[in-house]
Design a protein around this ligand. Structure first.
Ligand SMILES: Cc1ncc(COP(=O)(O)O)c(C=O)c1O
Length: 465
């Protein structure tokens, strides 16, 4: 029995949360009025709120509960490590068995010569670490001017000062961002391609733009391209076929490092340890990872990089002193969670399952194509998104204040389904263990929610074409 007392009263929790807890990415005014839904339990793909209402969590926590919630063997492995060694200083020349084992295990499954691991606290710090490596590497080899970074609109790389600056979503006016060395390219979203361009022509357009941007900055000044293999939080954007590989080839030709931000796509979401090579045929220099690495059981991120980068960095001044890292990077309990997750992914052949049910999820999701207000259904395997539009012919969006994604998500929530609203989108990334029946529930419930919102809009006199 625990001595920590948690209130059982849903109302009491709601009030405490509203009065004291600032949620990440919350809208302060709405949070003040509406508060938050308090989740009390989770098992498999389901979660339960403090009032006992059950939901199928098609968001998978936040792209992370890959092996499903509530597994006893995770609890046991974590508890055992807490008893054995709850914390270990990871700095300089001290380490722990779980950290060493997990680094070696990741190196086995990472593509090519990516054999080096720096553990971090999450995805933002993994991308921060990638940037530090790039910096260190280029300065070590006498190229301090090689510091410019290419990113794409609608990318999401994190929430620190640097990673929010690398992020290509709308910048928030009250925040300051780094600007002088960060360059944005078009979002590779075929649905929003310039008028009349088919997917192949759009791919060419993006590659021309990529090359032109490098020429403009000067290849000698461009350090890296940060790219999510599929842009997640920007709206599950699957780039035109072949585009990622062509961009990677240009990077190689121009001595530009390719950073694959696989915080979402790694550890099984696309049916592989990492999507870069297995799904897109590219060999990155650096991979940022987090989320699925511990399947949400504990916080952990990892920045993985090649032996070649490591060898070059050894030549740095002060004996290659890499003065970077975090107190809770390589946390032994998180690393044990990572090892257990990798064991479960393999033992239960979860990637095979993803490769089986992923296409089924896509097929079922496309049954929403003809519904009113549905402009575009997209995704791959267990990453799915639906974009809502006011006019399906012109692809015009609803006014932002209608908060259309949230309206649909609210209807779904009432029907026991969690999807993630992002402005005019709903996005989904369920636990990888989701069954076909559960996928049917997700799609049928989402369809019913969309129809209900479309009916409400018509009833309220909003034009829907
Ligand atoms: C692609 C990608 N990179 C980085 C991050 C940031 O990770 P974290 O929130 O763990 O810092 C996220 C989070 O959603 C992400 O989706």
């Amino acid at each position: 029995m625990t001595d920590i007392s948690l209130s059982n009263s849903a109302r009491d929790l709601w009030e405490k949360d509203r009065a004291h807890l600032m949620h990440p990415w919350s809208n302060l005014a709405a949070a003040k009025d509406e508060g938050s839904l308090i989740i009390a339990k989770g098992s498999g793909v389901h979660i339960e709120d403090a009032e006992g209402k059950r939901y199928l969590d098609a968001v998978g926590g936040l792209w992370c509960t890959n092996i499903g919630l509530g597994r006893n063997e995770m609890a046991e492995a974590i508890a055992e490590q807490v008893r054995t060694l709850a914390y270990c200083n990871p700095f300089v020349d001290i380490g722990s068995a779980p950290a060493a084992e997990l680094a070696a295990r990741i190196a086995q499954v990472a593509p090519g010569s990516i054999n080096r691991v720096i553990f971090t606290t999450g995805g933002s710090s993994a991308n921060e670490t990638a940037f530090r490596i790039i910096n260190f590497y280029n300065r070590t080899r006498g190229k301090p001017e090689k510091r410019h970074i290419l990113v794409r609109r609608q990318s999401y790389h994190g929430s620190t000062l640097l990673t929010s600056s690398l992020t290509g979503k709308d910048q928030i006016p009250e925040f300051e961002y780094l600007r002088d060395f960060i360059h944005f390219l078009s979002a590779p979203n075929p649905y929003r391609a310039p008028d009349g361009m088919d997917e192949a022509a759009f791919g060419d357009y993006l590659i021309d733009e990529f090359q032109a941007k490098i020429d403009d900055i000067g290849a000698e000044n461009v350090a890296a391209f940060f790219a999510e293999p599929i842009q997640g939080a920007g709206g599950v954007i699957v780039a035109p076929e072949g585009y990622l590989k062509r961009a990677w080839e240009i990077c190689r030709k121009n001595d530009i490092l390719f950073v694959a931000d696989e915080v979402v796509t790694g550890f099984g979401r696309l049916g592989h340890w990492f999507a870069s090579l297995s799904e897109f045929g590219i060999q990155p220099d650096i991979i940022a990872s987090a989320k699925g690495l511990t399947a949400g059981y504990l916080p952990l991120g990892a920045c993985l990089y090649t032996d070649e980068l490591h060898e070059a960095m050894l030549q740095g001044s002060l004996e290659g002193f890499f003065g970077h890292g975090y107190t809770y990077g390589a946390h032994p309990v998180s690393c044990v969670a990572g090892l257990k997750v990798m064991e479960i992914l393999e033992r239960e052949a979860i990637f095979d399952h993803v490769n089986d049910v992923g296409p089924y999820f896509m097929k079922r999701l496309h049954s929403l194509d003809g519904l009113p207000i549905v402009g575009n259904v997209r995704g791959k395997k267990l990453m799915g998104g639906v974009e809502f539009v006011q006019n399906r012919a012109t692809k015009a969006l609803f006014p932002e204040e209608l908060n259309i994604g949230k309206q649909v998500a609210n209807k779904a929530e009432a029907l026991g389904l969690m999807v993630r609203p992002i402005v005019h989108l709903n996005i989904m990334s369920p636990a990888l263990t989701i069954s076909r029946d559960e996928i049917d529930f997700v799609v049928d419930t989402l369809g019913a929610s969309i129809k209900a919102v479309a009916d409400d809009l018509v009833r309220d006199g909003v034009k829907v074409d």
